[in-house]
Design a protein around this ligand. Structure first.
Ligand code: ADP
Length: 306
């Protein structure tokens, strides 16, 4: 089976400490990272595209060139005059990472402003991917534009995939955050939350509570990720199934563990519809990613995982 995957969200410029005061430039963001890993592992006759908005400035052009080099398509990315991409800096102190963000007026905030463009891109795709971060950066009217298109895609039987990725600092109001995350889930046919986040913000006492809550919102398929404790799958009318995490010999950098899991999972599940095999594969890839620096690990470094 062949298909078209579209991931929707914000890719940012990343500045990371190199030597002394020198900084190295990269590009990353949860939904882009997921697209990157889906592209690595989907067959070549599948297309993987990213939908966001960037500016018309130099760094926006560089970001598009970078995305294209990874094999992820950019034809659905709008260029908006007068805006630039969001930016974040990673500070490393005694092995601990902390982040500063400049994203409050990023171009990506306008990704749903052209409803016709958004609809055409979604109509041209079979698997749609978005996250709680995608929703957090949008104004309420733009959230509604995006979710109404995704609800239509779900109703047509497309696979609409949502990672709640709850980041409270991106939201002004906790109640609005919880309501909007829940609305995102309602528009989806597969939700892939991290249990830690769900427990912290929705007060879920165990994984069964997370599954029950998303089921209650009309989500048919759920993958609850729980770091080194593995994942629990609840698919259709099947009993929940547990898939353990893979062994990591040395944890180097946990950035994008969840995103790489999502991308690798979709690359397998999208092709054969077998969630257990997809989760086993994704656990091996996420473990490989954790064993290397950076959000986007190259395929040759992950060879041992597949
Ligand atoms: P997120 O990064 O979104 O918070 P998790 O921490 O749950 O997501 O991790 C996503 C996946 O990465 C897990 O389901 C698991 O497969 C893998 N993973 C994360 N931490 C570890 C670890 N310490 N050892 C092995 N696998 C891990």
């Amino acid at each position: 089976m062949t298909g078209r995957l579209l991931s929707i969200g914000e890719c940012m410029v990343e500045l990371m400490q190199a030597e002394g005061d020198l900084l190295r430039k990269g590009y990353a963001g949860d939904t882009f990272n997921t697209a990157y890993y889906a592209r690595l592992f989907l067959p070549q006759d599948w297309s993987v595209d990213y939908l966001t908005a960037v500016g018309t400035d130099t760094v926006s052009g560089e970001m598009l060139a970078f995305i294209e080099k990874t094999g992820v398509g950019t034809s659905h990315i709008r260029r908006v005059e007068g805006r630039t991409p969001g930016l974040y800096m990673i500070h490393l102190k005694d092995g601990e990472r902390s982040f500063s963000y400049w994203r409050s007026v990023s171009a990506a905030k306008t990704l749903a402003d052209d409803a016709d463009h958004l609809r055409a891109a979604i109509e041209a795709s079979d698997i749609l991917v978005f996250s709680g971060i995608t929703l957090a950066i949008l104004a309420p009217t733009a959230v509604e534009t995006l979710l109404s298109e995704l609800r239509r895609a779900k109703a047509e039987g497309k696979l609409v995939v949502f990672d709640p990725n709850i980041r409270p600092r991106l939201w002004d109001d906790k109640q609005y955050m919880l309501e909007t995350i829940s609305a995102g889930a309602r528009a989806s046919s597969l939700v892939m939350p991290s249990f830690d986040d769900e427990a912290a913000h929705f007060g879920d006492t165990d994984i069964a509570a997370t599954i029950a809550r998303y089921r209650g919102l009309g989500v048919d398929n759920i993958v609850v990720k729980d770091g080194p404790n593995g994942v629990t799958l609840s698919f259709g009318s099947n009993e929940p199934q547990f898939v353990p995490a893979a062994k990591v010999t040395k944890i180097v950098d946990t950035t994008s563990a969840g995103d790489s899991f999502n991308g690798a999972f979709l690359a397998r599940y999208g092709v054969d519809g077998n969630p257990v095999a997809a989760a086993q594969f994704a656990a091996r890839i996420a473990a490989g990613v954790i064993g290397h620096h950076g959000a986007l690990v190259s395929k040759d470094k992950l060879q041992a995982a597949f």
